[in-house]
Ligand binder design. Structure first.
Ligand code: WTA
Length: 675
């Protein structure tokens, strides 16, 4: 049997902030026994215009029976995040330090930005936002690719106390519109187009559709500001005569609404005094899928998020001054917020930000970038690792990866096979792997190894970060001690956790706090092994996780059932070797409608267009009927079994019509007939 525990390499422990499990336990104990003091000490690293009251550092209620749920850290203190990330670091002599190396989709395109230059751009753009009427508390929607302007845009919002609401630029125009209407954004920020691999994405066109739809739904933006991105690139599309390439198609601009970023920046002043905001004032909102299908606007506030993003970044990646750090996540997801932008900048770090894909121009792109910038910490998703494993070790061996010290994963459970490949082939049996479990809602890592301290078990997110108190509960809410499996919940807030759902505190309480009184419920299940290690087993609600993108089954079902030929649809996750999970859809056509390839193609396209390409179903199956209880509830448990051709379906006595099961097994499409 292969060994199951991997000790951190002594060369890593030796220079780490936390060097042993004993030291971890000591820090952890302090963070739990004395949170005010623990986080109070950390807060001193930052600038507070009004300091926090040390006697009232935090307060909370996690029990709906005792009143409304609330979480407050450093209430009454005031600060400004952009000031802490930029001005303060520059004052400490980091002005000429590189904040970001930008690596374009095409290897010929790259640039860099120092802390000083970043501050200048942020101030200028903050003034542009002000000129469009954006004020403290206003929402700014951002639909941008991985270019430096997305960081400038975010920090410009924080400079003036505006709240950014980023929508991942892989979402459809409908999804963007829905989010714009919900947050009532004053302006929308985007770019003309972007290349991902050799695919051209015309972002402004998608924004035009979204703005049109948003208008129909009763919400109009005051301005849309567009980065002229494509034309400045060196890559072949430009040198090979830009005018004749599809990328040159003119971008329609609506007078008095649409503005070019560079035009606006030209005359903007490069000084902008920061607006001091309360520690509990909103910093940003970010939508995540909800099990009802309607996205939830997770709201994070300023002070606590700053402390938590900064502290997790420092300890979990063991970032030391001079290190080069690279997180491959898109800024449009929470990982990009906390660990491309806020965490690294709060530590004065130098990071790589990458626009492209792991496969372009070749399958060794990630490793060539690691070698090019001499990356020390690399953070990516299990799905990316699995998709790169397929190409074997050759593309890896071509590059010098010896600068790497810490390898991170996030987004879904990592299977031991992928973990071991990452450890051996990428990490050279020397790097620590940090399998970080967290959520949009948690703001930062909550379960994670520490690189110099935690003996690793492939597939386990191991132990809680400082200040985090996890529990496993059984169905009745009873705490499971020792070994066991149950609902993963948290007993107490840490500074970086969400505060509410934008405009819907009731849904916040209902979603996260109503299942078990006194606990924040993650919606994930977990197991504790004989050594106390935690293993996250996946979602326990109607959510699925495709390549690290969380979505709800009902969100996809409602898109499918809108098709005029569809009477009913049910969607379940099915394990997938690369994506982790994929969508398996059961479709009951309307009376008189036939189920054929054309319908399947239409349904796939519809989901793609309505939600985004990452949500495209893998399998669409004909279901003359669905397995339902007598009260009419679809038994998804049974459908999950059918999706993998597993006849062990367990108790079916509550089914209204058992014969449907056999029919569904028989109807499985040829291509997936065997699991
Ligand atoms: C899953 C991403 C196992 C989990 C930061 C969680 C994980 C959801 C891990 C949140 C991990 C994330 N091991 N599962 N290391 N990390 N998850 O909001 O189901 O996009 O609830 O945040 O991803 O996804 P979200």
């Amino acid at each position: 049997m292969s060994k199951t525990i991997y000790e951190p390499h002594p060369s890593i422990s030796k220079k780490a902030y936390v060097r042993s499990m004993n030291q971890y336990k000591e820090f952890y104990k302090k963070s739990i026994d004395n949170p005010d003091e623990f986080w109070g000490e950390i807060s001193k690293q930052f600038y507070w215009e009004t300091p926090a009251d040390p006697n009232k550092f935090f307060s909370y209620n996690f029990d709906t029976k005792k009143g409304p749920i609330n979480i407050k850290w450093m209430e009454g203190a005031s600060t400004n995040i952009s000031y802490n990330l930029l001005d303060k670091n520059i004052k400490n002599g980091m002005g000429d330090k590189i904040a970001f190396y930008w690596e374009g989709n095409d290897p010929e395109d790259y640039s860099r930005l120092t802390y000083k230059k970043l501050l200048e751009e942020v101030c200028k753009f903050a003034n542009v936002l002000k000129s469009k009427g954006v004020q403290k508390g206003d929402r700014v929607a951002i639909y941008m690719p991985m270019i430096l302007e997305i960081v400038v845009a975010m920090l410009a919002c924080t400079r003036i106390g505006a709240v950014h609401s980023i929508v991942f630029a892989g979402f459809s125009s409908d999804s963007l519109a829905e989010r714009m209407v919900d947050c009532k954004c004053k302006v929308l920020l985007t770019a003309d187009s972007v290349f991902r691999g050799d695919k051209l994405l015309r972002l402004k066109e998608i924004c035009d559709e979204a703005m049109q739809r948003s208008k129909k739904l009763g919400h109009e933006v005051a301005a849309c500001i567009v980065v002229r991105h494509l034309r400045r690139l060196n890559c072949s599309i430009n040198s090979n005569n830009f005018e004749n390439s599809p990328a040159s198609k003119p971008i329609p601009m609506t007078d008095d609404r649409d503005f070019w970023w560079d035009d606006e920046m030209e005359d903007a002043s490069s000084s902008c005094y920061p607006v001091w905001v309360g520690a509990e004032d909103p910093l940003f909102m970010l939508y995540t899928s909800g099990s009802t299908g309607k996205p939830k606007g997770v709201l994070h506030t300023t002070g606590g998020y700053l402390l938590y993003a900064a502290t997790t970044f420092k300890y979990v990646f063991d970032y030391h001054p001079g290190d080069i750090y690279w997180c491959t996540a898109d800024v449009g997801w929470i990982t990009g917020h906390s660990y491309v932008v806020y965490g690294p900048l709060a530590n004065g770090a130098t990071s790589v930000i990458f626009e492209g894909t792991p496969f372009y121009p070749k399958n060794d792109r990630f490793w060539s970038i690691v070698a090019k910038y001499k990356v020390n910490q690399f953070y990516t998703a299990p799905t990316a690792i699995r998709s790169l494993m397929k190409f074997g070790d050759e593309p890896v061996k071509k590059h010098d990866l010896t600068t790497l010290r810490v390898l991170g994963t996030v987004g879904e459970p990592i299977n031991p096979e992928a973990w071991l490949w990452y450890y051996k082939q990428i990490g050279g049996d020397r790097c620590s792997i940090v399998d970080t479990f967290w959520q949009t809602e948690t703001g930062g890592h909550v379960l994670t190894p520490l690189p110099g301290a935690t003996p690793m078990k492939p597939g386990s997110a191991t132990f809680p970060f400082f200040g985090v108190l996890p529990e496993l509960l059984d169905e009745n809410g009873k705490v499971i001690e020792g070994e066991g499996e149950g609902y993963l919940v948290f007993r107490r807030p840490w500074p970086g956790m969400m505060r509410t759902l934008f405009g819907n505190h009731e849904r916040f309480e209902q979603t996260y706090f109503s299942k078990f009184d006194g606990f924040y419920c993650t919606g994930d299940g977990a197991r504790r092994d004989e050594d106390g290690y935690l293993w996250v087993t996946g979602r326990v609600d109607d959510m699925l996780n495709v390549s690290g993108h969380l979505m709800s089954t009902s969100e996809v079902e409602s898109v499918l059932s809108e098709h005029s030929s569809v009477s009913e649809a049910a969607v379940v996750p099915r394990p997938h070797p690369v994506k982790g999970e994929c969508l398996y859809c059961f479709i009951t056509p309307n009376q008189g409608m036939t189920f054929n390839d054309k319908l399947v193609a239409e349904l796939k396209l519809r989901v793609r267009e309505r939600i985004g390409p990452f949500a495209t179903p893998d399998i669409v199956q004909h279901a003359p009927g669905l397995p339902k209880t007598r009260s009419g509830k679809i038994m998804r448990r049974v459908l999950r079994k059918i999706a993998v051709n597993d006849r062990n379906i367990g108790d079916t006595s509550t089914l209204a019509d058992e014969s449907i099961i056999e029919l569904l097994f028989k109807n499985r499409p040829e291509s997936v007939a065997t699991a």
